[in-house]
Every structure is written in structure tokens, then in C-alpha cells.
Ligand binder design. Structure first.
Ligand SMILES: *Cc1c(COP(=O)(O)O)cnc(C)c1O
Length: 380
């Protein structure tokens, strides 16, 4: 057995040596740890990670190594995985609807915080979770603004209901807190402002001093070349508005980003199966695979095309309709993607910023969906 090289310099090196027939997600631990440090250094409170956005163990391990010690979990499987990888981590169970059997798993694994958005689910928690030292965060929603996707359609109490729930949480002896989720890929920092001011109003109306305000995830990743995320501006706004709105009753802050922590640390290489009659480009990955989110959130135009020899295509860009490999006609990327005019069969299209909601939601539909994860020193 020879020594095999397992960490590659960059994707093009791997592609030229291996010529993979299945999609490959390239992972840079350094980029992930830098994103974690950017949040830990910049966010004026506790940084936790929304596991659902990418639950790969290498992701959890690298975030923990970079100093992330809290995790937003939504299921017994996520709870067990985080306990196994990070025994000391704080678990925040922020899926507001849970079976009684799931609550029992959470209690057994020492979950320290639960979100809630209804009286019926709060009753279950009061029945099953010991109150002393356990936090319950009341999740509320406002009419949508500024997000790429409406998170309020499923979860979140109205302001009036949230006020009732918060008073009930405090009366039951739990640590009372508030949370919201402004949406996902919120490129305008103002998305947080109305939520924070309303949270302060809910606490005042309930007559409850809250311990913590969890401002959710929703921080944007870099998807369009020309739209660079304003993460630090968002941190500054959250700190300023919280101080203004709560005054002396300022709670500790928590955030639970998924996308903005993990997106930039993965790039996806999808192989060109065909350029059909010099028009449509067919890739070996698509909307049932690692590009699942694009029809909902929009295209990623941070793309390079690499030849099988590892060279970058430099032809003048030409907008193309791009299809995935399955026989379903919705397996198409939204709009048209500008790709180098000299793109050819067997090339690789490298999409940057694809770490969130990619491998996590990849399906096996139509017999596709095999994907490898390869570690690289640099993604470019
Ligand atoms: C999905 C989710 C997140 C993470 O959202 P991003 O947009 O990926 O940052 C955070 N909190 C809750 C409750 C979620 O459901």
C-alpha cells in the first residue's frame, strides 16, 4: 500500500488527478474556522450553530475546535450526535413542536433550552421537563420582510400569544427568554430591528424580565458576486437596537446561524454530462441533489468551470439553461447561469459558497445523489 494523499491543495488539483464521475463537495476546515471566529469575535453574545444546515461530523468538530460550544438541534438524532461529538456543549432544542417521546430524549441528554410557540406545546414541556435552571424561549413572528424565504409560515406565535406564553413560562418557574427567526439569507440588517423592538414590547407587556434574546439565524452567505454580506453591520445593529429597546432590562444575546457559518467552507464540483446541441448544459447534480435550495433561494453565480486537466475555462460568459441529471423537468437551476462560452462535456462546474442546505438535503431520487466530501487547503 502506498501513501495516499488525502488533503488536496485546491479543487482543480483533485479534479485533474481523480476525474470524479460523481459530484464532489470540497471542504476547507480553515475557511469554516475563520467564519466561526468572525461570529465569535463580532457577535455581541453567544454563538450557537443550527445543525440542520450541515450536520456533517467534520463540520461539528471544526466548529467546536474554533470555539462554538452551543448547538441548535431539532431532533433526537441531532441531540445524540452533538452529545457524542461535544459532550459538554449546550443543546438548544428549538424545534417548537415535539412528540412527548422526543422531549423525553431531550431531558435524558440534558438539553438546557427549549423554544415554544403554543399553549399546547408549553403544557407538554411543563409536564415533562424539570423547570429549575431550564430555559424556555417563546418564539414569535412578524409579517415577513427582507428574507429570501418565509420562516413564519410554520412557526412563531403572534405577538399577543407570545405575551401570554412568556408570562406562563415565568409563572411555571422556567428561565424566561424570547426568540425569533427573521427568515433566511436576510441581506438587509434591518430585518432584525422590528423583531428586537417587538421582543422588548412583549417582555414589558408580560411583565417579565427575560434572561436571553435569541435573534435566530438568517445571516446571509455570499451567493451573488455583487452582493457581499454585511455581517458586521448586522452585528452592530443587533447590539445597538437591543440596548435601545430594552434599556436596563437588556437580556444576554444568542444567535444560531446555520448558513452564514458553514456556506463559504464548501464548494461543489458538478460534472458536465452534456452540452446538448450547443445549448443546454446538463450536470450530474441538480435540484434533487446538492443544489436543492436554488429554486427557492435563487441562483449562486460564484461559479468557475474547470477542464478535466484542471485548467480554468476563460471563454466569454454566455447565459445557459442548466439542468440536473434526473428525468424530472423541475430539476433545473433558476433562470440562466452565465458560463464560459467554451464550456464542454466532461468539464466541472465549481459552485462556491455551497456548504449550507446542500449535502444536508441531498436526495437519492432517480438513482443519483452519490456525493463525496474531500478536504482541501484552499477552495480557489
Ligand atoms: C434553520 C434555522 C436556523 C438557521 O437558519 P440559517 O438561515 O441557516 O441561519 C436557526 N434557527 C432555527 C430555529 C432554524 O429553524
Amino acid at each position: 500500500m502506498g501513501l495516499s494523499k488525502t488533503i488536496w491543495a485546491h479543487p482543480a488539483e483533485f479534479l485533474a488527478h481523480q476525474q470524479p464521475e460523481n459530484p464532489v463537495l470540497f471542504f476547507s476546515p480553515g475557511v469554516l474556522q475563520a467564519a466561526a471566529r468572525r461570529f465569535i469575535d463580532g457577535f455581541p453574545g453567544l454563538v450557537t450553530y443550527a445543525v440542520k444546515s450541515n450536520p456533517e461530523e467534520v463540520v461539528i468538530e471544526n466548529l467546536a475546535a474554533a470555539g462554538v460550544h452551543g448547538f441548535d438541534v431539532a431532533s433526537p438524532a441531532e441531540i445524540r450526535m452533538i452529545r457524542r461529538l461535544c459532550p459538554e456543549a449546550a443543546l438548544h432544542y428549538n424545534n417548537p413542536v415535539r412528540a412527548r417521546s422526543e422531549i423525553a430524549v431531550a431531558v435524558a441528554h440534558g438539553v438546557c433550552s427549549y423554544s415554544v410557540d403554543s399553549h399546547s406545546e408549553l403544557s407538554k414541556l411543563i409536564d415533562l421537563v424539570p423547570a429549575a435552571g431550564t430555559e424556555i424561549t417563546v418564539r414569535f413572528k412578524l409579517p415577513v420582510q427582507g428574507a429570501a424565504y418565509n420562516f413564519g409560515a410554520k412557526f412563531g406565535a403572534t405577538v399577543e400569544l407570545a405575551t401570554e406564553l412568556l408570562a406562563r413560562v415565568a409563572a411555571a418557574g422556567f428561565v424566561p427568554s424570547i426568540t425569533f427567526h427573521p427568515g433566511t439569507q436576510c441581506t438587509d440588517p434591518a430585518a432584525w430591528e422590528a423583531y428586537i423592538r417587538t421582543a422588548a414590547q412583549i417582555a414589558r407587556d408580560a411583565g417579565v424580565r427575560i434572561a436571553r434574546l435569541n435573534v435566530g439565524g438568517g445571516f446571509p452567505s455570499h451567493r451573488l458576486s455583487d452582493v457581499v454580506p454585511q455581517i458586521e453591520a448586522t452585528f452592530a445593529l443587533i447590539g445597538r437596537v437591543t440596548a435601545e429597546a430594552f434599556g436596563d432590562a437588556r437580556p444576554a444575546l444568542v444567535c444560531e446561524p446555520g448558513r452564514a457559518l458553514v456556506a463559504e467552507s464548501f464548494s461543489l464540483a458538478a460534472r458536465v454530462k452534456a452540452v446538448r446541441d450547443d445549448a443546454h448544459v446538463f450536470l450530474n447534480d441538480g435540484t434533487y441533489g446538492n443544489l436543492d435550495e436554488l429554486p427557492v433561494i435563487g441562483i449562486i453565480d460564484r461559479v468557475e468551470v474547470i477542464t478535466p486537466e484542471g485548467a480554468r475555462r476563460t471563454g466569454a460568459p454566455r447565459p445557459r439553461i442548466v439542468f440536473g441529471p434526473t428525468c424530472d423537468s423541475v430539476d433545473r437551476l433558476p433562470g440562466e447561469l452565465p458560463l464560459p462560452g467554451d464550456i464542454a462535456e466532461d468539464d466541472y462546474v465549481l459552485f462556491h459558497g455551497l456548504g449550507a442546505y446542500s449535502v444536508a438535503t441531498n436526495t437519492r431520487f432517480n438513482g443519483f445523489g452519490d456525493v463525496a466530501i474531500e478536504t482541501v487547503l484552499s477552495l480557489h
